[in-house]
Design a protein around this ligand. Structure first.
Ligand code: RIB
Length: 290
């Protein structure tokens, strides 16, 4: 049985460091340009695998340079790629501008991600997984099919979108940042529990809040660090959360470990290159949660 199956996107990230993110209609000059592996699904799969979980990725990649870049990065982290489908459509691309404070703005061309379907083989893997993790950069019907086939379904509702009741009915744990929480709940974050049995709201440097029906809200404080680049911090959080839940850990412990992992990821540039390994996470967690 695989610990974690991630059903999600994979992108080539084109990263442009800038002094500040341009306003509408404005042009700014970047201080560099780099190309690396990313995409919310791929980032989350790498985070889960590096955190110690056996992890498979269900994704759609183009048979091009970008697809090879992603295949190599995912394989190097130990992600099982046997459920990846290959297409003549180009691999997804994300343009990421990162400002001097490490904050970003991202535009994604989904391309091959838009063709992702849950094949019979992928559905069987989803059914057999301890935890299934998905996001919203792939067709909605694929997310719905994964949710229906899962025994424990974690949805990271990113990019933010309103979610229909037919999907919410299959979500065991929702992970959202504050903006996404507002879009999903349409109000105060406690109204999330009218839609899902449990939720984690990430608060960036301020940590995270755990909400569960019939239980008091739990705040996990942030870990103070020097921020280089926040890209994939949320993905690192989700992947490590899923990997830790798959070990049988309770949600509070899993959120603590995910929180530390996210704080490590913001100290390095890029998406997949910034995702920490389990030993580094656990050493830092031991210092933070003495
Ligand atoms: O969450 C960060 C990711 O969002 C990037 O890697 C980019 O590809 C987009 O999917």
């Amino acid at each position: 049985m695989v610990d974690v199956v991630v059903v999600g996107s994979a992108n080539v990230d084109l990263v442009l460091p800038v002094q500040r993110i341009p306003r509408p209609g404005e042009t700014v000059l970047a201080t560099g340009l780099s190309r690396g592996p990313g995409g919310k699904g791929a980032n989350q799969a790498v985070a889960a695998a590096r955190a110690g979980a056996s992890t498979a990725l269900v994704a759609s990649l183009g048979s091009d340079d970008g697809g090879s870049l992603l295949r190599d990065a995912l394989a190097e982290s130990g992600v099982d790629l046997s459920l990846v489908s290959w297409t003549d459509t180009p691999t997804g691309t994300a343009i990421i501008t990162v400002d001097a404070d490490g904050e970003n703005a991202i535009t994604v061309a989904p391309s091959a991600n838009g063709e992702l379907k849950l094949s019979g083989e992928a559905a069987a893997a989803v059914r057999g997984a301890k935890i299934v993790l998905s996001q919203l950069e792939i067709p909605f019907a694929t997310v719905q099919a994964a949710a229906e086939a899962s025994s424990y379904f974690v949805l990271n509702a990113a990019p933010a979108a309103e979610l229909p009741d037919e999907l919410l009915a299959h979500v065991d744990l929702l992970v959202v940042n504050e903006t996404e929480a507002e879009v999903v709940a349409g109000g105060d974050r406690s109204s999330l529990l009218a839609k899902v049995p449990a939720a984690v709201v990430t608060l960036g440097a301020a940590g995270a809040v755990i909400l569960a029906r019939g239980a008091a809200e739990i705040s996990i404080p942030g870990v103070s660090v020097e921020v280089v680049d926040t890209t994939a911090a949320g993905d690192t959080f989700c992947g490590v959360l899923a990997a830790t839940l798959a070990t049988g850990s309770d949600l509070t412990n899993a959120v603590r470990r995910a929180n530390v992992a996210a704080s490590l990821s913001v100290q390095a540039a890029g998406a997949i290159p910034s995702v920490p390994h389990g030993d580094v996470i656990d050493a830092r967690a031991a210092e933070v949660y003495l």
